[in-house]
Design a protein around this ligand. Structure first.
Ligand SMILES: CC(C)(COP(=O)(O)OP(=O)(O)OC[C@H]1O[C@@H](n2cnc3c(N)ncnc32)[C@H](O)[C@@H]1OP(=O)(O)O)[C@@H](O)C(=O)NCCC(=O)NCCS
Length: 230
């Protein structure tokens, strides 16, 4: 697939319009704004490279969405501060970095995550999945390149990235359940919904308002969550 087609595939993970950018190799050494430099000053080279790629991809996506170019600084909790009238999300994993940006007229929040397709390690399995997640996965079909616990890890991270900026509330993986659907016709893509199991945690909108989509390409899995504007 071409880069443009891959970026369209990333944008299709969201139910409202988003601009997507996948970082090319140059973006991993892209220059940073002074404010961004200050944030990453003490980081090891690998972290600096992924951070630079994320900022460069975010700026390109922001420009495509009609936003102005400027620093995208992070709060102390690491969440990026998007310019007024926009929201977005950044993800990186081995050999891949991408960002999506939506206009606030379309979405109140977006969350985006990519992971290597390899299965979730046994030690993480029970930290990420609730017993009811595991029962649900047993009812799902086998799909090459899709490990349901790994997809749950990604789906919950995407949900968190969408949920957090509006609540500033931390959520552990076992505080939410995820329910996947699979697109008919054998495609490696589908949807998902999230249930917030810890009812003490804030939920500003109904959980069903957070709409998840997933896809897999054999190399990686990708998830996106949209909170459409109410
Ligand atoms: C932040 C987190 C979700 C993803 O981080 P990661 O494993 O490094 O994965 P990714 O590369 O896909 O995403 C990192 C990017 O997410 C963004 N991010 C970090 N914290 C965020 C937050 N609280 N809200 C929204 N976005 C956030 C940042 O842009 C970050 O990249 P950057 O530091 O280069 O800017 C994860 O580290 C974390 O803290 N998880 C615990 C909470 C959780 O996931 N709960 C799930 C149950 S709902």
């Amino acid at each position: 697939m071409s880069l443009a087609a891959d970026e369209r595939a990333m944008a299709d993970l969201f139910v409202t319009p988003v601009a997507a950018c996948i970082a090319d190799s140059d973006m991993f050494s892209a220059p940073l704004f002074v404010e961004e430099e200050a944030y990453i000053r003490k980081a090891v080279p690998a972290r600096r490279r992924e951070y630079s790629a994320g900022r460069a991809a975010a700026r390109k996506a922001l420009a495509k969405a009609g936003g102005a170019i400027g620093p995208i600084i992070a709060d102390p909790d690491r969440s990026p501060r998007w310019p007024a009238s926009f929201c977005g999300s950044i993800t990186h994993c081995e050999g891949f970095c991408s960002a999506v940006v939506a206009r606030s007229d379309d979405a109140s929040g977006v969350g985006f995550d990519a992971e290597e397709a390899k299965p979730l390690g046994g030690d993480l399995y029970h930290l990420v999945c609730r017993p009811n997640d595991l029962v649900h996965f047993r009812a799902l079909p086998h799909i090459d390149g899709v490990d349901w616990p790994k997809l749950a890890f990604s789906a919950k991270e995407s949900f968190y990235k969408c949920y957090y900026p509006g609540t500033r509330s931390f959520l552990g993986f076992r505080e939410v359940s995820v329910f996947f659907s699979v697109k008919a016709g054998g495609a490696r893509e589908g949807g998902f919904s999230i249930v917030l199991e810890n009812k003490v945690k804030p939920m500003p909108r109904h959980a069903a308002d957070f709409i998840g989509r997933w896809m897999a390409d054999g190399e990686r899995i990708y998830t996106g969550v949209t909170l459409p504007r109410s």
